[in-house]
Design a protein around this ligand. Structure first.
Ligand code: C2E
Ligand code: CA
Ligand code: CA
Length: 610
């Protein structure tokens, strides 16, 4: 660069001092100050800074001095499309060198902002008459344009980063961070309240991943994101926490009634089928609602409450709406009570097993029963396994509980066999992941079988897919030893877990139990039929038996039979019952199939007529 005069150098120094600290928040002010410096130093009529948007093929006004009201002045609109502009301006689109356009009354000098090879903008100076620039002046202007281009690039990069931090990369919805900052602002003391939060969790999304592929599941999530944006007004915040969890923060003060109404609307639109590669897929959504007063609750607590309300909905079968209640705060205390009592309950006979029949869907023959544990809690009443199994697992009691279940179920089968000659029944026993990897598990099963004189094949251990992912090597070794005892192995809740199909192949598994979530709506959900269809295909190619759980309506049965699934369990065929109540059906050997009764009983399947 040519040696510039001290005052020009001073100008550049002052411009640099303004631009160096500029960030996303302050850069516009800095630009105005720089233009003002140029305006005063060069004594021009006006200066402006435009960015070139090459997608729009337009120069977008960023700052000008003196400030003018744009839009009111058609001569210099805020967005100047190069193709409509006069040729002199149009040429600046890609220009690399300063140019002076001379008009009768004024001259316009354009200095390109260059970033690498790209012309990213224009610094313009409008001077009266014919402005002639010295080389020093032009060099200084080039330098200033370079500084402006640098700030522009930096701001853009920061903007991209900021965008990435505040947006979910898949759906473009607000990110967890954006959600927390938004709630933090809303929940500040003195703000209008209450603030309403909806926590959404899509039911059984995992199966879409497994059976239709990641791409399909991603597309599905994006569609759901779009629908959520449509149902919720633009002022509501819609965020995705990751996976299949979304959070909506309602704008303005909310009432429970508003929130429930919105949640139901969300449930309706999310439930509508999405077309994925020609398949119509619909999922339910579980929504938890919580309201919080500004100044009284933190964002994390409020989201946690909505999450807790959602979990309650999920445990009760999903696809519904629940509101957080103060009882749920007591949930923690309840859990402590459960923890404290569980150990003694195992010893004190407070645990009981109920048995649910597994049935041949064509004949009604009872092929087996599944043992399901209940806890008659001295204070809390009858507890379902969902309320205490995970407590057992997190307090190292799973082993003791499991041992009790296995020996009690086997004792029951032995007692029935003694009373019912010729009884041929498989006892299904749920095994928790913790039990399966515990040392000596297979030996303890072997010893129970010996104690009650049972063959291995009379017992079917039900494990969840997740166990398979945990410690594959150990699981495989344990399962192989159980296989040698003749014990059958079923994968429970199939379709909801995380096992890879490759793993499945390497394990000695006999049976897949299709999760009830896919069966309950089989008669009216094409998406569920697609999934059950692929599970059936999988079972077929690996030579596995199939059992459908959760048969609640007759309508599901024809589909299951058509897919080659002949075994089923569900409320329609028989609820879990205490041993005394189910013994009669066990002795008889079959249940009445609702769709054959009245048209004549299916004969020939009864083992014993009593
Ligand atoms: P699971 O092994 O999938 O058991 C089937 C569950 O579905 C049972 O719930 C049963 O009552 C319910 N069910 C059966 N038919 C239908 C139907 O048609 N519709 C609906 N909506 N539900 C149906 P339950 O007894 O509450 O057990 C829940 C879970 O707790 C079991 O799911 C199992 O994973 C676990 N569990 C039960 N007993 C034991 C046990 O002794 N040990 C371990 N580790 N887990 C157990
Ligand atoms: Ca089971
Ligand atoms: Ca199951």
């Amino acid at each position: 660069m040519a040696r510039s005069s001290p005052t020009l150098e001073n100008l550049v120094t002052r411009v640099a001092a303004r631009l160096m600290p500029a960030d996303v928040a302050s850069h516009r002010d800095a630009f105005y100050q720089v233009l003002q410096l140029l305006y005063e130093y060069f004594g021009v009529e006006g200066c402006y800074l435009r960015y070139h948007d090459h997608d729009l093929a337009a120069a977008v006004l960023v700052a000008e001095w003196p400030p003018q009201a744009h839009g009111a002045e058609p001569d210099t609109p805020g967005v100047l499309h190069f193709r409509d502009a006069d040729p002199a301006i149009a040429e600046s689109e890609y220009s690399k060198e300063p140019r002076v356009i001379r008009e009768p009354a004024e001259s316009i000098t354009s200095i390109p902002l260059l970033w690498g090879e790209v012309t990213t903008g224009t610094l313009g100076l409008v001077a009266p008459g014919d402005r002639v620039w010295t080389d020093d002046e032009l060099d200084s202007l080039r330098l200033i344009a370079a500084l402006l281009a640098q700030v522009q690039a930096r701001i853009r990069a920061e903007g991209d980063l900021r965008y990435a931090a505040y947006h979910d990369s898949l759906t473009g919805l607000a990110s967890r961070r954006a959600l927390l900052e938004h709630l933090d602002a809303r929940l500040g003391r003195g703000n209008p309240g209450p603030v309403g939060v909806l926590f959404l969790d899509l039911d059984r999304l995992k199966a879409l991943n497994d059976f239709l592929g990641h791409r399909a599941a991603d597309t599905y999530l994006c569609r759901i994101g779009e629908r959520l944006m449509q149902v919720n007004r633009p002022v509501d915040l819609v965020s995705r926490l990751g996976g299949d969890e979304f959070v909506v923060v309602l704008a303005g003060p909310a009432t429970v009634a508003d929130a429930v109404e919105r949640a139901e609307e969300i449930q309706r639109v999310v439930g509508e089928s999405v077309s994925l590669g020609g398949q119509l897929v619909g999922r339910g959504v579980s929504v938890g609602i919580a309201l919080g007063e500004p100044g009284e609750i933190s964002p994390v607590e409020l989201i946690g409450r909505a999450d807790q309300a959602m979990m309650v909905v999920k445990v009760q079968g999903g696809n519904s709406v629940g509101v957080f209640t103060d009882d749920m705060t007591q949930e923690g205390e309840r859990r402590t009570l459960i923890e404290l009592n569980l150990r003694t309950s195992i010893d004190d006979d407070h645990l009981v097993l109920e048995y649910q029949p597994e049935v041949d869907l064509r004949s009604g023959a009872i092929l087996g029963v599944e043992a399901l544990v209940r806890w008659n809690h001295p204070v809390l009443g009858t507890l379902q396994p969902a309320e205490f199994i995970d407590v057992a697992e997190s307090t190292n009691l799973a082993g003791e509980l499991g041992t009790w279940v296995i020996s009690t179920a086997c004792a029951r089968l032995a007692a029935w066999k003694e009373r019912i000659p010729g009884l041929d029944l498989t006892m299904g026993i749920n095994v928790s992941p913790v039990q399966l990897v515990a040392a000596g598990f297979d030996e303890s099963v072997a010893s129970v079988l010996r104690r009650y004189g049972l063959r291995g094949a009379e017992v079917c251990l039900e494990i969840t897919e997740n166990v398979v992912v945990g410690d594959l090597r150990r699981t495989r070794a344990t399962l192989s030893r159980l296989e040698r005892l003749g014990v059958r192995i079923a994968i429970d809740d199939f379709g909801t877990g995380y096992s890879s199909l490759g793993h499945l192949k390497s394990l000695p598994v006999d049976t897949l139990k299709i999760d009830k979530g896919f069966v309950q709506n089989l008669h009216r959900s094409e998406g569920d039929r697609v999934i059950v269809n692929s599970i059936a295909g999988l079972a077929n190619s690996f030579g596995l038996d199939l059992v459908a759980e959760g048969i609640e309506v007759e309508g599901a049965v024809p589909y299951l039979l058509e897919l080659g699934c002949r075994r089923g369990q569900g409320f329609l065929l028989g609820r879990p019952k205490p041993p005394g109540e189910i013994e009669e059906s066990v002795a008889r050997g079959y249940v009445d199939l609702p769709w054959t009764t009245g048209r004549g009983r299916v004969f020939g399947v009864s083992r014993r007529t009593s």
